[in-house]
Design a protein around this ligand. Structure first.
Ligand SMILES: [Zn+2]
Length: 381
């Protein structure tokens, strides 16, 4: 039995002075009148662990302080441990599930995460990213089949350029139809990197699962996403701010040029505006995702705080977007993201009440993943 001053179930309900019964790795029930407690969290808030639908778990700063997303110039052992370090930071920061979009190293993290003996979040991965817009529809179908055979949970495809290159569309409708159609046939979800109206419309029409970024969208396209039930994962703060804060570690690599940074600066107010339009868009399923790269791991909740403080999102809705709704977008709505009978015991506790002060998300005092305590700071009282 874990007792806390308030429990948020991840679906919009709050229960005061209650307990959560956990048996082995699963939640048994919420007990509204707990008689005793094995873990007493005092005045803290207990809620489901956070779910970040877009990270890059292996991306790190190497020993020379440079951004490194694929282990180039490192031994496989070094690369794996950098990835494990990111995973540990993530779960200690209160995020118990991530979708990594994605690299081959993710599979190793996933394998070890399933052992549940190291501090690591659950992880879903795309294993690789489909970026080549010169691939024919047949070649795209073949790429999707290969990704499936590599054990991916999801396909990550680029339908537009990076925001650093302007964000224009790269894949045609025919190409998107081929990739998303083949994925659907194989039972794979598709997460699409897309910034502007054109690339997003094509992705939605092709039947993809989620739109990532969408920094250049307009109201008509947001309506279009909502009408089709496609999930939207806007990454509006952490990814940009982390690049700016750590510019010296990125500058000079690929499109991380002064021009690329200028494009990102311009995108920040646009992305915020899209998010605010999204809040007003009826039926739009906006989920929590950060696009965490090197420097961002463990800081995931900063994005959610920004969405509430700057974006004006209701705190309870923000928490739902990072728990039950995020779980639904990953096809795991019946397993994680809620405090309910039979769900995985992925729980976190915060110092304070996030409904009154969203910065409580920065004060993660307790983390349990799959019934195992990953972090526990004893409370003062
Ligand atoms: Zn990404």
């Amino acid at each position: 039995m874990i007792r806390a001053a308030r429990i948020l179930d991840g679906r919009g309900h709050e229960v005061r002075q209650a307990g959560v019964v956990v048996d082995d790795s699963k939640i048994v029930r919420i007990d509204p009148h707990p008689k005793r407690a094995d873990i007493d969290l005092g005045d803290r808030t207990l809620m489901p662990g956070g779910i970040d639908t877009h990270v890059h778990i292996g991306w790190h700063f190497d020993k020379n302080g440079r951004s490194n997303d694929d282990g180039t110039g490192e031994t496989p052992e070094e690369y794996a441990l950098f990835a494990a370090e990111n995973a540990a930071a993530t779960v200690r920061g209160g995020v118990t599930t991530v979708q990594s979009l994605g690299a081959a190293i993710d599979k190793t993290i996933r394998e070890f995460s399933e052992r549940n003996s190291l501090p690591m979040p659950r992880i879903l991965t795309s294993v690789e990213q489909v970026t080549d817009s010169k691939l024919t529809p047949d070649q795209l179908r073949e790429a999707v089949r290969r990704i499936k055979s590599e054990g991916a949970d999801v396909v990550k495809i680029f339908a537009s350029q990076s925001i650093r290159s302007g964000g224009g569309p790269t894949m045609s409708q025919e190409q998107m139809d081929a990739a998303c159609g083949e994925a659907k046939k194989l039972g794979l979800r598709v997460a699409v990197h897309a910034h502007g109206p054109e690339s997003v419309r094509r992705s939605v029409l092709a039947g993809c699962t989620s739109i990532e970024h969408g920094a250049l969208l307009d109201q008509a396209t947001l309506d279009f996403i909502a009408e089709h039930g496609t999930f939207f994962d806007p990454n509006i703060d952490l990814v940009f701010r982390n690049y700016f804060e750590n510019k010296a570690h990125f500058i000079g690599i690929g499109n991380y040029t002064d021009e690329g940074f200028a494009q990102m600066q311009k995108a920040v107010p646009k992305a915020l505006n899209v998010f605010q339009m999204g809040l007003e868009t009826k039926g739009l399923k906006m989920v929590f995702g950060t696009d965490a790269v090197a420097g961002s791991h463990g800081r995931n909740f900063e994005e959610l705080i920004y969405r509430v403080q700057k974006g004006g999102q209701d705190p309870m809705q923000a928490i739902i977007s990072a728990t039950s709704l995020a779980a639904e977008s990953l096809g795991l709505g019946d397993r994680i993201g809620s405090i309910a009978p039979g769900y995985e015991a992925d729980l976190i506790a915060l110092d304070g009440d996030p409904l009154r002060d969203i910065t409580a998300l920065e004060r993660v005092a307790f983390v349990m993943k799959g019934g195992r305590v990953v972090r526990f700071i004893p409370s003062a009282r």
